[in-house]
Design a protein around this ligand. Structure first.
Ligand code: FES
Ligand SMILES: [Fe+2]
Length: 403
């Protein structure tokens, strides 16, 4: 699965974490320890954290004059990983020219630094996602660590049936407030696509059917639909995109892009809404160690979960399964349809990669992502949701994947 992940461009860190000649940032990605830095000319390097001389962390180093200099003996590296100076070696030493530290390519878009960690000759075109083009202030990127495996974290986002229960805006025995809390048994339908899959949760809403269609592009994306016309105004058209990027086998970068071309996304408001404050390394300060500050009084009187913040509620249910949940002990039902489909999609892709060495889904640069959006909509019961949101022929999966 790691080899599969490496075929995709990944969001790695917030651009605001870096400044020219500023403090280098340590970051774990796909089980590797890396260091990111911005050089004097605002180029961004993403290097192996450990100096190839004797292994000191380059994150301790001096960032300046277009390179990162190791604190121990002063070896200096540029953003490409090339060693450009070895001040403690003899003046005629050829060591620097021959020495490199592992470096990954980087791009900047949508408030994040992105990287590609796969084989050089397989590097796909850089995808152009819709939130890259938002007017200033209308898109914000966030990140925090999920203390569990990436797939557990992601499976919470392809699980519409928990929305009216875990996130219920009233106590369990109080009347439901929102449409998705009134019909607790949405009908889930999944379609595999060329870029991954999409699924729709259909609920009854009076005379109409209420649909929430989520996109699940490979390998770790979920595009969540806006809350629709009945939601408070600031959430009506606001879009949320999640990336669950594996940090290692046991922790995940939960990266979120919020965007709405019609309004300014308030960073402070969003932070309060998610309620996932974190320390300098992006671990939550109100996580499993303090049992998510769950409040039993709140559960009795106004909120099913007793946990403040939708994101923190999601983190709680997935992290308390354990860092890697034992799937042999699960008992899946109808409501887990999209979770099952996600697992099948990923396992099928891994097998294909093992057998052929190829992964066409990784070529995300080839898509017009403006056509692949998550939507909330109403439709009349004599129609199917696909009548409203047809899957264009060129986005349909090739061959056996359609089954
Ligand atoms: S360990 Fe980095 S220069 Fe010696
Ligand atoms: Fe949720």
């Amino acid at each position: 699965m790691g080899e599969l992940m490496r075929r995709f461009w990944m969001p790695a860190l917030l651009t605001q974490e870096l400044e020219a000649d500023g403090k280098p940032v340590r970051i774990s990605l796909l089980g590797e320890k890396l260091v990111a830095f911005m050089d004097s000319e605002e180029r961004i390097g993403l290097l192996d954290e450990h100096c190839p001389h004797r292994g000191t962390s380059l994150a301790l180093g001096v960032n300046g004059e277009c390179g990162l200099r190791c604190l121990f003996h002063g070896w200096k590296f540029d953003v490409t990983g090339q060693c450009v100076d070895t001040p403690a070696e003899p003046e005629n030493s050829k060591l620097a020219g021959a020495m490199r530290v592992k470096a990954y390519p980087t791009r900047v878009a949508g408030g994040m630094v992105w990287t590609y960690m796969g084989p050089k000759e397989k590097e796909p075109a850089f995808p152009h996602f819709p939130w890259f083009d938002m007017p200033p202030g209308s898109c914000e990127a966030f990140k925090v660590i999920y203390e569990c495996n990436y797939s557990q974290a992601l499976e919470g986002a392809v699980d519409s049936s928990h929305a009216g229960i875990l996130h219920r805006d009233s106590a369990w025995d109080q009347p439901a407030k929102w449409p998705h809390e009134k019909d607790l048994r949405p009908k889930l339908e999944v379609e595999f696509t060329r870029y991954g899959m999409r699924y729709c949760a259909v609920r009854n809403d009076g005379e109409d059917k209420h649909a929430r269609m989520t996109q699940v592009p490979m390998p770790f994306w979920t595009f969540i639909p806006p809350d629709g016309q009945k939601a408070p105004e600031f959430r009506r058209n606001r879009r949320l995109v999640n990336a669950f990027v594996p940090r290692d086998d046991y922790t995940t970068w939960h990266i979120q892009f919020f965007y709405d071309p019609g309004q300014t996304i308030s960073r402070e408001h969003r932070m309060a809404e998610a309620n996932t404050p974190h320390d300098a390394e992006f671990f939550k300060t109100n996580g499993i160690g303090v049992w998510y500050n769950q409040d039993r009084e709140m559960m009795r009187t106004r909120n099913m979960s007793g946990i403040e913040g939708v994101a923190l509620q999601d983190h709680a249910v997935s992290e308390t399964m354990g860092r890697i949940a034992d799937r042999t002990k699960e008992h899946l039902g109808r409501s887990d349809m999209a979770v099952v489909a996600f697992r099948r999609m990923m396992l099928r892709a891994v097998r294909k990669l093992q057998q052929t060495g190829e992964l066409p889904e990784a070529d995300q640069g080839g898509f017009d992502w403006n056509r692949i959006t998550a939507e909330t909509f109403l439709f009349s019961p004599d129609k199917k949701w696909q009548d409203i949101q047809p899957l264009d022929e060129d986005l349909q999966p090739a061959g056996a994947a359609a089954a």
